[in-house]
Design a protein around this ligand. Structure first.
Ligand SMILES: Nc1ncnc2c1ncn2[C@@H]1O[C@H](COP(=O)(O)OP(=O)(O)OP(=O)(O)O)[C@@H](O)[C@H]1O
Ligand SMILES: [Mg+2]
Length: 546
């Protein structure tokens, strides 16, 4: 591959490099990189960015410095000189809104110039209809090599037909850096400081939290959201973090593939699992500036593997509130449905969206079910599943963005071993059926949640009777006892819950073989989520007489 070009396969690396630029100050900023590429006369540069204005501003500066003219192409106006009235400045008076006509105009133009093409990515896509534009672009690339002209395409996502891969150079204009938000905030505070009805109450910590929450927004979005908080309540303080989050929620909703979860579960609602909780607590500050200055790498992700109903999904939600990060649930099953476009494109888009709101938690729930096809079973399109899975794996191992991944699964037989290999995720936790003290705690939590005083119940007896029950089954027994009490017009008591436990056949009994298999697999391979040893397989299925 020539040094000048970036093939689609090389794009991930280029993207990674571009992202590294965000953290490693020694690397060129994208603005500087763009100037270098123009000076080195790279003919076609593809800038991946949501911030057209920022790219345009940067090109205007480069054009001034290099004494070139800047022209902008849009599908509605054709080629227009930057900063001029559209009608009067069409090059040569011809209508250049047609992509082919626009490319011809670029070739015919004589003086040194930079052409910024907006909205051009649909014409560069790998699509048969684009064949003439792709051909013409290759001609442009050839022609521009010996001129002082450059063609820059700006688009929020990367869409390049493989035929163009040798002629196009990709750079990613990452989202704004913390310093950019810092400056923005300073400017806003300066603007409003003399207004009597506006209060700014930001100490160093509140300020860092606010700036941290804004990461992932464009500068314009951040400016809008800061302005919105001022308009809403006339103040700017630590509480406004939630307003910033709601702005991020908008971005996620618009993507359609990810679901935004409100962080309203906390670890105080999760009984036991102390190893797992401790692991997450230690990494609480992992995505802060302070931690990265200290030299801590951003954690990559975990796999929560385990028995149904034992709190895996609950933990994913609790981590989000502990870390104060947006939780994005990726519906991997929905992604495979033919209704929402190609699965590979979808996973790429979901990853991009998660990265665009980073720092965030990407929660891939029940990954085993969706990936069943990747190992060739389940009669699904194994090829598609394998490619989707490959995209996910590559991203996981190359990822430098602050997106923490939580995968949950309860069946290892469908999980390709590559996912569990070190380097992809930080840790695999095995979440087993709750131990006796954990069950006591689960009863306590769920009774209290339903407005009952746990001290009025014989928790120890209930916990002993529920050996082999999952947290979800205990919760179910309490709910169904509540129904009994309600219909009998009595108050909930230990006896009613006891009866309901007795009537339940826990999954651990009906699925004991599967659970034993999982448990044996986990031993030595996964870390127990609970501080005690993983239960011995033979212990399961042994039920005390009720
Ligand atoms: N350790 C626990 N502490 C408190 N509640 C629990 C615990 N484990 C399970 N529960 C209760 O059971 C419910 C279901 O648990 P959750 O959905 O997290 O299970 P899961 O492990 O994700 O199961 P699955 O594998 O079926 O997805 C929770 O919402 C919670 O109310
Ligand atoms: Mg779950």
């Amino acid at each position: 591959m020539s040094e000048r070009s970036v093939t689609p396969t090389g794009v991930a690396k280029a993207t990674q490099k571009a992202r590294r630029g965000r953290t490693a100050p020694r690397r060129l900023l994208p603005e500087a990189e763009l100037e270098v590429l123009i000076r080195a006369r790279y003919p076609i540069i593809y800038v991946v960015s949501w911030e057209e204005e920022r790219v345009e501003r940067c090109l205007r500066q480069i054009a001034e410095k290099r004494e070139k003219k800047l022209f902008i192409w849009t599908i509605t106006q054709g080629i227009v000189k930057s900063g001029a009235e559209p009608q009067r400045t069409r090059t040569g008076g011809t209508n250049t809104s047609d992509p082919l006509a626009a490319l011809d105009a670029v070739i015919e133009h004589v003086d040194p110039a930079i052409f910024l093409f907006k909205d051009f990515h649909p014409f560069m896509d790998d699509n048969r209809c684009n064949i003439s534009v792709v051909r013409r672009l290759r001609d442009v690339a050839y022609h521009l090599r010996d001129t002082y002209k450059s063609l820059v395409v700006v688009a929020p996502m990367m869409r390049i037909a493989p035929e163009l891969s040798k002629d196009v150079t990709v750079i990613e204009f990452g989202l704004p850096q913390p310093e950019d938000f810092n400056r923005l905030l300073d400017r806003i505070i300066e603007d409003v400081k003399d207004r009597p009805n506006i209060r700014i109450n930001l100490d160093a910590e509140a300020r860092e939290r606010l700036l941290h929450a804004a990461r992932g927004l464009t500068l314009k979005e951040a400016e809008n959201v800061f302005a919105k908080t001022l308009v809403l309540d006339g103040k700017l303080d630590a509480d406004d973090v939630s307003v910033v989050f709601s702005e991020k929620q908008q971005i996620i909703k618009k993507s359609g593939l990810l679901e935004y979860y409100e962080a309203n579960e906390s670890f105080s609602h999760v009984a036991g699992l102390d190893n797992l909780k401790e692991w997450f607590r230690k990494r609480r500050v992992a995505f802060t500036e302070r931690a990265s200055r200290f030299g801590l790498p951003a954690p990559r992700g975990v796999m929560l593997l385990g028995v149904q109903g034992c709190g895996k999904s609950l933990c994913a939600k609790a981590v989000a509130s502990l870390w104060n990060l947006p939780l994005l649930r990726f519906d991997i099953g929905r992604m495979f449905s033919s209704l929402v476009g190609s699965s590979e494109e979808n996973i790429r888009r979901a990853i991009q969206t998660a990265e665009s709101v980073a720092p965030a938690i990407l929660w891939i729930d029940e990954i085993d079910k969706a990936l069943a096809g990747a190992t060739g079973s389940a009669g699904s399109d194994a090829g598609t599943s394998a490619r989707v899975f490959g995209t996910l794996l590559t991203w996981l191992s190359e990822k430098t963005s602050a997106v923490f991944v939580i995968c949950t699964a309860n069946d290892i037989s469908h999980l390709p071993p590559e996912l569990l290999r070190k380097g992809r995720l930080d840790e695999i936790f095995f979440v087993d059926l709750p131990t006796l003290p954990e069950r006591i705690e689960i009863f306590r939590i769920h009774l209290a949640k339903r407005g009952r005083d746990p001290s009025r119940f014989d928790l120890e007896t209930l916990a002993r009777l529920s050996d082999g029950f999952s947290g979800a089954e205990i919760e179910e027994a309490i709910i169904s006892a509540l129904f009994d009490a309600f219909s009998n017009q009595s108050e909930l008591d230990t006896e009613t819950i006891r009866r309901n436990l007795q009537e339940t056949v826990p999954l651990s009994k009906t699925m004991s073989e599967e659970m034993n298999r999982l448990r044996s697999w986990a031993m030595g391979r996964a870390r127990p989520a609970t501080g005690t040893q993983v239960r011995q397989p033979e212990e399961v299925g042994r039920k005390i007489e009720l």
